[in-house]
Design a protein around this ligand. Structure first.
Ligand code: 13P
Ligand code: SF4
Length: 322
C-alpha cells in the first residue's frame, strides 16, 4: 500500500514542520521575548532569547521592552514576570508547570506561621506563590539570598521560607539564626549522599558541585555550592575537567556548550529513576511553546491587590541585589 506523505495540514493542531522557524516568526509578529530557565528542555533553551537563573530572569522580565513575555519555566516564574509587567501579556506554555517547593507552602498555613512570629521580618525565596510573596517583606533567589540576609540588621529576627535547605545554607553562610518554613524541592531532595560518595570515589578527579536546595548531607559532599548561574560560571573558571552536578540536569546543556571539552556527570538520585529531572519544568515542550504563542494562551493573570502586595518585596530584592 502506498502511504501518503504527511502534510502540515494533517498534523495535530497543524504543527508546522519547522517549529523553530514558526516560533521565530510568531516572535516577530507578537513582539515577544522568550525567557527560559536552565532547567528547560535543550530545544527550548536553544530558541530562547535569554536563558538564566531565577534572579537574572526576574531582571530581564523587569526590563524587557517586548509586548509579550513567553516564560519557559514554571508558574511562579511567569507569575513574577506578570507582577512586574501588569500590562503585558505573559504566557506559560503549560499552565500545570508548577513547583513542589511553592506547593509546600500553602498561604493560609504560612499566614498562621507569620502571625506566630509578629516581630520577624519575612524573607521568602522566589520559589513561592504570589500570595506568599504578598505576605513577605523581601524576596530572594538562590544567588542573592546570602547577600540579602547580610544586609538585615543583626538584631532583626527573620523568618525564611519556604525552602528549609536553602534556609539552612544561608544560616550557615551568614551565621544568622532564622526561623525556617519546612518546605523543600522534590528534585533537589532526590540526590543520594551515599551514591554521590560512591561516584566521587569512582571519579577521584571530579569536583562535586551542588545547588543550595540540596539536603545538608549532599551539600557537605560538594566542592562548590551555588545557584544555577553560579554553577555554570564555576565550571568555566575551575581547572577541573570533570564535575558531578547535583542539580536539575537541564543546566548541563549550557555547561557542555560553554566548555565542550569538560565532562559533566549528573549526580545520582536515590532510585534508578529520572527524578532528578524536574517534572514541572519538563512539562513545557517546543510544541507547547509554539502553540501558546499561536493561541496567545495560557496567559498568567492575578488579582491586582495580590499583585501590588507581591510587587513590593520583589522590588526590594531588585534594589538590594544591584
Ligand atoms: P536558581 O534559578 O536560582 O538557580 O534556582 C533553581 C530552581 O530551583 C528554580 O526552580
Ligand atoms: Fe520547583 Fe524544584 Fe522544580 Fe525548581 S526544580 S521548579 S524548586 S520543583
Amino acid at each position: 500500500m502506498l502511504i501518503p506523505p504527511l502534510s502540515p495540514a494533517a498534523t495535530p493542531d497543524s504543527l508546522p514542520y519547522d517549529l523553530f522557524g514558526a516560533i521565530q516568526a510568531l516572535k516577530q509578529e507578537l513582539n515577544a521575548v522568550i525567557l527560559a530557565h536552565y532547567y528547560q528542555d535543550p530545544d527550548i533553551q536553544d530558541i530562547a532569547d535569554f536563558i538564566g537563573d531565577s534572579l537574572e530572569l526576574s531582571r530581564k522580565a523587569a526590563a524587557t521592552p517586548a509586548d509579550v513575555i513567553v516564560f519557559a519555566g514554571v508558574h511562579f516564574m511567569a507569575e513574577t514576570a506578570k507582577i512586574l509587567n501588569p500590562n503585558k501579556l505573559v504566557l506559560l506554555p503549560d499552565l500545570d508547570a508548577g513547583c513542589s517547593l511553592a506547593d509546600s507552602c500553602p498561604p493560609d498555613a504560612f499566614a498562621r506561621f507569620k502571625a506566630a512570629h509578629p516581630e520577624h521580618l519575612v524573607i521568602s525565596y522566589i520559589n513561592c506563590t504570589a500570595e506568599i510573596k504578598a505576605m513577605s517583606d523581601i524576596i530572594c533567589t538562590s544567588s542573592n539570598a546570602v547577600r540579602i540576609v547580610n544586609q538585615i540588621p543583626a538584631d532583626q529576627p527573620i523568618i525564611f521560607g519556604p525552602d528549609r535547605n536553602l534556609g539552612n545554607y544561608v544560616s550557615q553562610q551568614t551565621g544568622r539564626e532564622m526561623v525556617l518554613w519546612q518546605g523543600s524541592c522534590m528534585v533537589h531532595e532526590t540526590f543520594s549522599e551515599k551514591k554521590l560518595v560512591q561516584l566521587k570515589m569512582l571519579h577521584p578527579n571530579a569536583e562535586a558541585i551542588a545547588h543550595p536546595e540540596c539536603e545538608p548531607a549532599v551539600l557537605r559532599q560538594a566542592n562548590y555550592i551555588g545557584s544555577t548561574t553560579a554553577l555554570l560560571k564555576y565550571v568555566q573558571q575551575s581547572q577541573s575537567q570533570q564535575f558531578i552536578v547535583a542539580t536539575e540536569p537541564g543546566i548541563i546543556h549550557q555547561m557542555q556548550k560553554a566548555v565542550p571539552d569538560k565532562q559533566f556527570i549528573p549526580a545520582p538520585p536515590l532510585n534508578q529513576c529520572a527524578c532528578n529531572e524536574c517534572p514541572h519544568m519538563r512539562l513545557n515542550t517546543l510544541e507547547k511553546l509554539y502553540l501558546c504563542m499561536k493561541h496567545r494562551a495560557p496567559e498568567i493573570t492575578l488579582p491586582e491587590t495580590v499583585r501590588l502586595a507581591a510587587l513590593r518585596p520583589i522590588q526590594r530584592m531588585l534594589e538590594m541585589s544591584t
